[in-house]
Ligand binder design. Sequence first.
Ligand SMILES: [Zn+2]
Length: 396
Amino acid sequence: MDPEKAALAAQADYKPQPQRRRISKAIVLAACAFSLWSLSSTDISCVTDLFTSEPVITKARCPQVEGLVPELTNMDKVFESKDFLDLQVARLSGAVQIPSVSFDDLGPVGKDKRWEIFYKFADYLKVTYPRVHAELKLEVVNTHGLLYTWEGSDESLKPTLLMAHQDVVPVPDATVDAWTHPPFSGHFDGQYVWGRGSSDCKNQLTAILTSVEALLEAGFKPNRTVILSSGFDEEISGGEGAGHLAPFLLERYGKDGIAVVVDEGSTFSTVWGKTMALPGVGEKGYTDVHVTVRMPGGHSSIPPDHTSIGVLSELITLIEAHQYPTILDRQSNPYYGLLQCSAAHAPDFPKSLHKLIDTKPSKCGHDKLALEAAKIGGRGIKYLMQVSDSLCFISC
Ligand SMILES: [Zn+2]
């Protein structure tokens, strides 16, 4: 058995030391009693996160499977070649040059002419990926939703679903001059392709199609069915694209009928010195709140001391002042899994997080682990664990 496997086996048998746990709890209880005696106003429910043993994070808490290597020769060589880079740059650049914009005020599909650019985009894909279009089944859902099916040989396996949207957000005319390279130029500077969609999400869409095109060219035949699903209004919440594609797929494959869904969002990232594949999760929901302040009218020469603008400003200040707590749900939030895996595998995992990893939020919502993670990771991490605004003061 190699040392790594031996270590894993030993760690799999790890059990907390009951004696040590009892002793440390006794010390904590004594400390709490002292606190209660000396600070009778202290909220004792806020110290529950102390009731944990010393964290021991092992690789057994984040076990890894052996990597799978496709039985295709020369694919690495193909993907690393200059010719392939040029080809993929051209494919992505061409996609960026088609302004497939979804606007907030778009009318119904088929009525609003601004949807018609998606015909051009679909035609571009057809010309750019001839094998995909010759060998996969393409169905069109709600006019511009593209659904490709690559039938696998084993019907008992649930399919893999790969997704990426075709649309991009608009570019306000006033900001066009501020772009280093025009937003629909698809300019390649030797390192990056510039323009709308080059990183959200035509990079992913062309990467998926390029991969399938290359696999077809190499004669690959999947055991498991592969589905490619591409909506066309993700940037305006996806009602016309994913809103039709999702029920279509649900109808065809049933609930939990897909093995894995890979969509935009988190991809690979180097986290504390280790490359991690980050899980894609459902997006947070959101609510738009319209606030109208009504005040008695008057004349600006004799204004009231407090105007509607002042009242609204106070309201906004109150909203900002009453934040939801930062809490990391240990059961349902996948960020906790990332912390555990980082603790087990990442060489630069911070000690301050390591020692809090087994703590739990207190009953009053104080979560030291979440707060420390937010402090280290910034807002991008904080809002994985917190509702990003609050109207709590209205109901409290
Ligand atoms: Zn996107």
